[in-house]
Design a protein around this ligand. Sequence first.
Ligand SMILES: Cc1ncc(COP(=O)(O)O)c(C=O)c1O
Length: 423
Amino acid sequence: MKDKAIEKLIKAETKRQNETINLIPSENYVSKDVLEALGSVLTNKYAEGYPKKRYYGGNEFIDEIENAAKARSLQAFGLKDADWGVNVQPYSGSPANLAILAALVPLGEKIMGLQLDMGGHLTHGHKVSFTSKAWKSVPYVLNKKTEELDYEAIGKFARQEKPKLIITGYTAYPKVIDFKKFREIADQAGAYLMVDMSHFAGLVAGGVYPTPFKYADVVVTTAHKTLRGPRAGVIFSKRKYYVQGLKIDDRSVERKEIDLSKLIDKAIFPGLQGGPHANQIGGIAVTMQEAMQSSFKKYAKQVVANAGVLAKELEKLGFRLVAGGTETHLILVDLTNKRMSGGEASDKLEKNGIIVNKNTIPYDPRPPMDPSGIRLGTPALTTRGMKEKEMKQVAKLMKEVLVDNKNISAEVKKLCKKFPLGY
Ligand SMILES: Cc1ncc(COP(=O)(O)O)c(C=O)c1O
C-alpha cells in the first residue's frame, strides 16, 4: 500500500484480531475468498437498477454476479424462486429493515417489535430510530420471571394493538424462537410477519436452528454475523401473499394475491438506495456458496455446542445467565451478583485481551450506557477452530479477570497463537 499511515493501521488491526479472544456474537472472520471479492474491482462499478434493467452500461458481469448471489441465497436456505423473491442490494441490516417497513407499512401505522432493552434492534421501532418516527412503534416485552418470550402475552397485546407488521428475531436473545406461534399471533392481529434472522442465519443455513421460512412473510438477514460473510443485507419475501377483503377501486375483493418481492425491490431501489455495492454482492455470492458446504454445517453445530459449554462453565463459576442459559450462539450474563456493571466488566476483560460487549438485561435497573450485563457469542472463536476444551479455558480466564482480579493477558495471547486467523 502506498498510504503508509492506513497500511500501518490495517496491520495493527489484523494483529489485534489475531491476538484477542473475540466473544462478540455479531462478529466473525470471513474467508480469504470473501475478502478478495470485497477488495476487488467490483467496487468500481455503478449498477443502479436490477439485472437486465440497469441505468448504466457495462453491467454484463455484474448482472451475472447479482443473479448468482440471489440464486445461491435461495439455495442456501432451501427456497424456490417461484415462492420467494430475494434482494441482495441492501447496504446492511439497518437499511434492509427500513426498506421492509417502507414497502409494507403505510407511514404512521403501527409496527410491533421487541423493546430494545429486552434484546430487540434499534430498527425494530426504538424511540431514537427513524423507524419510530415514521411509524407508530408499539413494542412487546419479555416475561419478567423467565426472561423469555411469552407468546400468550404477546398475542394478547397484538390482538389489542393490531399492528400492520410484527417483527421477531433479535439482537440479544439466547433462546430459540417459536415461529409457528408468531405466525398465529400475526394472523390473529392481521399483521405481516417479519423475521429478522441476522443473528442466527448461519445456524439456520447450517441446520441447527428452525427455519423461519415456513411461517414468515418477509425474512431479512445480515450476511456478516453467523453467516460469516461481508457487511451487507439480504431480504427474502413471499411472491404470493394473500390479502383478505381488500378494497380496490371501490370494489371489495375477497382474496387478492400480492407479490411482496416487487414492493421490496421498489423500496430498495429507487426508494431508499442508489447504486448497489457490487463488491458486497460478490461477497454475498461467495458466502452463500460457503454456507452450503458440509463443513459449514459442522461449523454451525460447533458454534452452538461451544456456546452451550461456555454457558455451563460460566454458570458453574458463579455467573448468572439471563433466561437460564443458551440454545443458540449467544449468551447474556447478568453481572449484578458480581457487584460490577457490564461496562466495567467489558473494560477489565479488554485490558486482558478478551473482547465482549456490554448489554442491557431484561428489566435492567441500570442505564443502557452502563448496563448490568455483557453479551457473549461463539461464532468468531469457532471459526478459529476452538472447541469445547477451549470454551472451558475461556470461561476460566473470564472468571480469573472478573472475580480474582488476575492479569491473564499472556495466557490469552498463547491461546490465540494456537488458532491463527490465516490473515
Ligand atoms: C437483529 C439485527 N437486525 C439488524 C441489525 C443491523 O445490522 P447493521 O448493523 O448491518 O445495520 C443488527 C445488528 O446488530 C441486528 O442484530
